[in-house]
Design a protein around this ligand. Sequence first.
Ligand SMILES: C[S@@+](CC[C@H](N)C(=O)[O-])C[C@H]1O[C@@H](n2cnc3c(N)ncnc32)[C@H](O)[C@@H]1O
Length: 177
Amino acid sequence: AGALALEVAAGRRVVLLCEGDVSLFASASYVLLALLEHHPDCPLRLIPGITAASAAAAAGAWPLALQRQTLRVLPTPDDPAELEALLEEAMACPEGQRPVLALLKLGARWRWVRPLLERLGLLEDALFARHVGWPDQLVAPAAAVPPEREGSSAYFSLLLIRCGWPQVLPDTSPRLG
Ligand SMILES: C[S@@+](CC[C@H](N)C(=O)[O-])C[C@H]1O[C@@H](n2cnc3c(N)ncnc32)[C@H](O)[C@@H]1O
């Protein structure tokens, strides 16, 4: 923050780039807080970005949340028991109101998350996304991504888990004529 403020004070325009949205689990937020505290006169502007969960959903043609569903965006727990409890809590909601979970910081945890989802019957309705928007983007049904696939444990990977669909959906069957 000090270095950025110095550049601005010298009359230069400075850009701090951030992956995804600048306000969501972003290191840039620490820089922002330090600037606000130590350099309150430094002019700044935050430009909102597309969070990785939204980018992944769009890349996978995967509706993120519908009707009365909630969307929970959280870092993947370190402890399998903690994730299992979260998923069981989600499954205990009435079917139409079950949340969609966006698990960030998936990385190497994919090795144990995948079998856990399989055991709970949630693997088929989950989407795996790695390096969304990068040249080596991988967005695929989670069931198609083995636990040890090369690069599947990348830091920039996430999982979208659908715990249920709304009870009433429009008739989406193909119509002739
Ligand atoms: C520190 S958080 C930053 C979140 C970011 N500010 C956002 O709005 O998406 C880092 C995590 O976001 C997710 N992430 C960020 N960019 C991604 C990308 N391009 N592809 C897949 N996941 C990404 C990964 O789960 C990664 O571990």
